[in-house]
Design a protein around this ligand. Structure first.
Ligand code: PLP
Length: 228
């Protein structure tokens, strides 16, 4: 068996074990395969294993893969920093954008989306005030969500977070899950499908699942270490 096959099997076991200990259904967790820096051949191998959702940070790199793999019914998620001048490509080459944290970018993505179905978006939150990453605070998430509800080409689906290394992952993930719930209550009548909580990576997916993650984003423990 290839490394990828083995890694995938091990990952599925970790997901089942984490779900078992918090009485959750493994089917309630989407595994986002973070294929950044990995060549199209590796993504093809992952498709053969049954993976259908892929996360990419680097736009140019991603677009080549998106275009080469068009014959497969894949969902591509943009999980990198969004530059204003790249919004047209991001809005049209991806099904999901997970790193939305600015009203101006939200407006641009909505204006530039051509496809009839809306672009799924997650609000990136940064509740541990880590200066090294993007994301809004509680108040910012609320303001951004109010705006998203007015934009016809975006579908707000939930929250995404990356924790600071120094943050206790259990505490950090639980506070994001709480905010997800609070927003759901606050905007109850207006949210069509507020069902996604994207948190947890190779090192801490167990803590994320126990806190309520519905999507984990795994690169290293699936595809191996990245050289950059
Ligand atoms: C690279 C990356 C991941 C995957 O991290 P691993 O530790 O390799 O599993 C997840 N989320 C984001 C936003 C990333 O940039």
């Amino acid at each position: 068996m290839s490394d990828l096959t083995n890694n995938y099997a091990r990952l599925l076991e970790r997901i089942s074990a984490a779900c078992a200990s918090s009485q959750r259904d493994p089917k309630s967790i989407t595994l986002l395969a973070v294929s950044k820096t990995k060549p199209v051949e590796v993504v093809t191998e992952a498709i053969d294993l049954g993976l259908r959702e892929f996360g990419e940070n680097y736009l140019q790199d991603a677009i080549e893969k998106v275009q080469q793999l068009q014959q497969h019914a894949l969902q591509w998620h943009f999980i990198g920093r969004i530059q204003s001048n790249k919004c047209k490509l991001i809005a049209n080459q991806f099904s999901w954008v997970q790193t939305l944290d600015r009203p101006k970018i939200a407006q641009r993505l909505s204006n530039l989306r051509i496809q009839p179905e809306p672009l799924n978006v997650l609000i990136q939150v940064n509740l541990d005030d880590d200066p090294n990453k993007g994301g809004v605070d509680r108040k910012g998430a609320q303001t951004l969500l109010e705006q998203l509800l007015t934009l016809p080409s975006l579908a707000p689906r939930g929250l995404m977070t990356i924790l600071a290394k120094s943050t206790d992952s259990r505490v950090g993930y639980e506070s994001v899950a709480q905010l997800h719930q609070d927003l759901k209550q606050q905007f109850a009548g207006d949210l069509a499908q507020w069902d996604t909580l994207s948190m947890g990576m190779s090192a801490d997916l167990e803590e994320a699942i126990s806190a309520g993650a519905t999507m984990i984003r795994v690169g290293t423990d699936l595809f191996g270490a990245r050289s950059n």
